[in-house]
Structure formats: C-alpha cells, structure tokens
Design a protein around this ligand. Structure first.
Ligand code: AMP
Ligand code: MG
Length: 402
C-alpha cells in the first residue's frame, strides 16, 4: 500500500459524503421551541390573516369621503354613533353619511367605514367629533387577508425557522410544528498526546481543542453533538470507542490519526469494520480527510490540526448535514470584501485561507497550519477554487464568516 494519499477533488468528496447521508428524520416540537430548527413540511395558513378588516390606529372609523377637505381650520363634523369593542364583531354597527365610531387599534372596522382617523387629529364635543384631517380611502386600516390568504403556503419545507417565523406559525394555527430531528453526531478525539481541558498538559501533551470546537459548531448548526472522549492511538481503543458510540449516533466524527503514518489508526479501523470511501482530498488545509461507513453510518476522519478539522467540517461534512436536515440552502453567512494582498495558491487543490475583515477589506492571516490563534483572529475564510494559482490584491472576494 502506498504511503501517500491519492487525493480526490473536494466536489467529489462532497458528493461521496452526500451519497451516504442518512435520510432525514422528523419530530414535532412546540412552536415556541421551533426557532433554529428546519421545517420538515410546507405550512399553509388555515384562515385568512387578518380575519377581518381592522384599524391600525386608535381613533375613529369613518367614511373617507366625509373627511374630504377637513383640516385644522375647517374640521368635518361627524356624529359618533358608538364604540368598537375589541375581540367582537358587532354587525349592527353601521356607519352612514357623516357618522363615525370610536375604534381602538385592532378593532373590527364597522360596516360602511373605509378608513380610520388617528385620535390625535380629532376633538370630542359631546357626540360630535371634529375631524381635522383628510383621510384617504383605506388609510390606517388593514384589509382581511392582507397578510396571508387561507390555503396560501406561508413557509416551504427546508426553511430554517426564525423567531419571527414562530410568531407567524402560531398565527397560521400551528401550536406544534414538524421539523427535522437533530442529527446526533458522535465526536471522538484521537491521539496519545491529547488530554482534556481540565488537565495541565505535561511534556509532549496538548489539550483537546477539537471536540469542544466541533461540538459547538454542530450545536449551532442544528445538530446534537455527543462528546465521546479521547482515545489513544491504539487500534483496540479505537474499535471499542466506535462500537460504543455508533448505536446512539447518526454520524461519527473522529479527529486526528487520519493520515498514513504507522500511528494513524483511523483509516485502518474504518476499513476493518466497514468501508473507506475516500482517503485524501485536494483541500488545504485538510488533505488527510477520510470518508467512510460503518454499519451504514457515515464515519469521518478529520485531520488533527484544529484549523484543518474546522475547514473540513465546513467544506465536506456540512453538505451531508444539510441533506440530513433537509435544508433548502446552507446556513453559511458570507460577506463581500476586497482582498488586501495577493494570495498565492497551488493549482489543483481547493484552498481555504483565513482572513481578518475590517471595513470591507479582507487581509489573509498566513500562519503555520498548526496554530490556533488564526482561528480566532480571523472572521472567516476565503475559498480559492482548485483551478486558480491565487487571488490578486484588490479582487472582490466572498468571505465565509465563522
Ligand atoms: P494528527 O492528525 O493525529 O497527525 O495530528 C496533527 C496535529 O494535530 C498534532 O500536532 C496533534 O497533536 C494535533 N491534534 C490532534 N488532535 C487534536 C485535538 N483534538 N486538539 C488539538 N490538537 C490536536
Ligand atoms: Mg495523532
């Protein structure tokens, strides 16, 4: 077996990952807990919203024609024939010529009225109301179904729901909503040198940065991370950990040990218990990436360097998660920026360069791949496609924000 990785293109790795994505699972959640979740079916309005013509101001419901020419010096004098009460519809309340009713915000517009005048532009004189402003037909009112019509699809499946969406869902009659179940992602850190954050590292030891980083991103992305712990670079330890994690997880992410060194266990263990589909991707950072399957579940081997693991998570694992979640478009916030410096790149591999963004200008943070600091000093990454030898200073770039 060759000691070198034979790499495939990022697009092919993504396709291989998407192909093995487990089918979307769904669950029903209370609407007030739906924000951030991905809608699993279309939602239509079950009633007209609003359900009746209504005022958007506190004031008087009027026939707009009766206010023509009204102003401070020449008010229209209207007869107040009643008050609109909230939460009821008094069908006997009808406005004739030169008549009006008091109406609060959200009250049902009485028969005959076609506008409302704000109370600030009126004066009460017993039953007579002085209207000091001309209002146009339709002014200060909302018509029935102005928002949504009965049967209209308000949200399509695949939408990541926002807090505002929860409000509209409730208005559409949804006390509960069917969403994609959060994929359960097992996270295993590997390496003889790794210790947890609670331990002061001894000689040659490093703290496990990947597990909390991967878990945090996955949680924000709508998954349920499951921290499985650290394993030593020993085949048996790997196998035991994977066997323990697999039944409860939909996907497993291992980090570290994904290359071809004698101490790199991941590929051998996956091959022993399942199938290695991809070993090596033309991506920088992140070349030693593994995509495999054990018991029909995707198992990824991510590179150990935190920055590499993070880039591979976003570029290669994320599309599989999008499929599992049924997302209609990836949730990757981006911004346009102007590049501050030339970035050389090696043709034939897709490069992700960390950048600092200030006032719309993106400055690359070149640093050795093992450094952690560029992960937090950068606001995001720029993708340089495989066919490019670099990007020139001054060019327009899209920054994937993280
Ligand atoms: P590996 O991919 O196992 O060859 O590891 C590459 C580099 O990443 C080594 O310097 C490891 O110590 C480091 N590394 C591996 N896993 C982690 C981790 N979970 N947290 C921080 N550094 C790691
Ligand atoms: Mg290692």
């Amino acid at each position: 077996m060759s000691r070198f990785l034979s790499v495939i293109a990022v697009a092919d790795a993504v396709a291989a990952a998407e192909k093995i994505a487990p089918a979307q699972k769904t669950e029903t959640v209370p609407v007030e807990q739906s924000a951030g979740r991905v809608l699993a079916g279309d939602i239509a309005a079950d009633v007209d919203i609003p359900g009746f013509d209504r005022s958007v101001v506190d004031g008087y419901a009027v026939r707009s024609a009766d206010t023509t020419g009204a102003g401070n010096s020449a008010p229209s004098l209207l007869q107040c024939i009643g008050r609109v009460a909230m939460g009821t519809h008094d069908t006997n309340l009808r406005i004739g010529t030169a008549e009006c009713t008091y109406i609060p915000t959200g009250g049902v517009l009485p028969e005959g009225a076609d506008a409302a005048v704000m109370v600030e532009y009126t004066e009460e004189a017993g039953d007579t109301i002085l209207v000091k402003k001309t209002v146009a037909h339709g002014e200060n009112i909302l018509l029935r179904d102005d928002d949504f019509k009965t049967g209209e699809v308000v949200f399509h499946a695949g939408r990541r729901l926002s807090p505002q969406d929860a409000g509209v869902l409730a208005a559409c009659g949804c006390a509960t909503v069917m969403v994609a179940k959060k994929p359960v992602i097992g996270i295993i850190s590997t390496g003889n040198e790794l210790v947890p954050a609670t331990i002061v590292p001894g000689p040659g030891q490093v703290r496990d940065a990947n597990a909390p980083m991967l878990a945090s991103w996955l949680r924000e992305y709508g998954c349920e991370p499951r921290l499985c712990g650290i394993v030593k670079d020993e085949r048996e330890a790997f196998e035991t950990m994977i066997a323990k994690a697999l039944p409860a997880c939909d996907v497993i992410l291992l980090s570290g040990g994904s290359s071809k060194d004698d101490r790199d266990m991941t590929a051998g263990v996956i091959a022993g218990k399942g199938t290695v589909l991809v070993h090596g991707v033309a991506i920088a950072p992140g070349k030693p990436t593994i995509i495999g399957q054990i018991n029909n579940k995707p198992v990824f081997g991510l590179p150990g360097h935190p920055a590499s693991a993070f880039v591979v998570l976003i570029a290669i694992v994320r599309p599989l998660l999008d499929k599992m979640l049924g997302l209609d478009h990836p949730m990757l916030p981006t911004m346009k920026a102007i590049l501050a410096e030339n970035i050389p790149s090696q043709r034939g591999r897709e490069e992700y360069v960390r950048v600092k963004v200030e006032k719309g200008v993106a400055t690359p943070l070149f640093g050795k791949s093992g450094l952690l600091n560029t992960l937090v000093k950068s606001q995001g990454i720029i993708r340089i496609p495989a066919g490019f030898e670099g990007l020139e200073k001054g060019s327009d770039v899209e920054v994937i924000l993280w």
